[in-house]
Design a binder for this molecule. Sequence first.
Ligand SMILES: O=C1O[C@H](COP(=O)(O)O)[C@@H](O)[C@H](O)[C@H]1O
Length: 258
Amino acid sequence: MAETTQRKREVFATKNEFSVAMAKYTAHLSAKFCKEKGIFTVVLSGGGLIDWLCKLLESPYKDSVEWSKWHVFWVDERVCSHEDPDSNYKLAMDGFISKVGIPKENIYAIDKQCAADGDAERCATLYEECLRNLVKEKILPLSPNGQYPQFDLQLQGMGPDGHMASLFPKRPQINETDKWVTHITDSPKPPPRRITMTLPVINSSLYNLMAVCDDNTDQCARSIAGIFKNNNLDLPAAHLTAQVETMWYLDKAAASLL
Ligand SMILES: O=C1O[C@H](COP(=O)(O)O)[C@@H](O)[C@H](O)[C@H]1O
């Protein structure tokens, strides 16, 4: 898929400024889409992201965001029980979703039984079916090329190795274009069994916000430099684009080699 938007980036001096900016960005788009079409479709990842969304749980956002109009999805998920500490669903439910008024029926987790059974391939098939049904119900539109579902906003993080969602370096999933959701059973980062939206689906989103904080290991900073200075396409996150805006929020450490 061709690049559709230029990467933009902002660097934040403190964790507080970083989280405030994430909340502002998300709340602004929530208000825009709720006004324009009555719903807001948001895709979450796991990892540090949920913690960085903490300011949305505070004033003025907690009471002003139209949570009842949100529809929530996961860009990737670990294939394990919904109660497992590894579950991205559990992470988001405990740290964010349970604290705001998003209707239960608007929360699209991977199939509970199939996840508990550890069947990654079936979980991916069922999640794609779920998305296809939502297209039929007109909750999700298709991208202009008619091939992929189009979300309003994806909020993601990047792993130190440059992975995004569960698209890892040197793994074939990054090249998948037929499916909307695929699976991996040998993820280099545990747990090994996961599902992930495919790159063309990720890049069909109207807005993509990639949030990266480096936990003092320098590894994220090296990957960020690889992406912004060398456009190193061996790093899956270097392929990130969007239909309207591709925004990168970095903390000082993540931006330290730019
Ligand atoms: O394993 C995963 O890692 C990425 C990055 O996580 P972070 O802890 O480095 O922020 C995350 O975006 C993805 O959803 C998750 O499954």
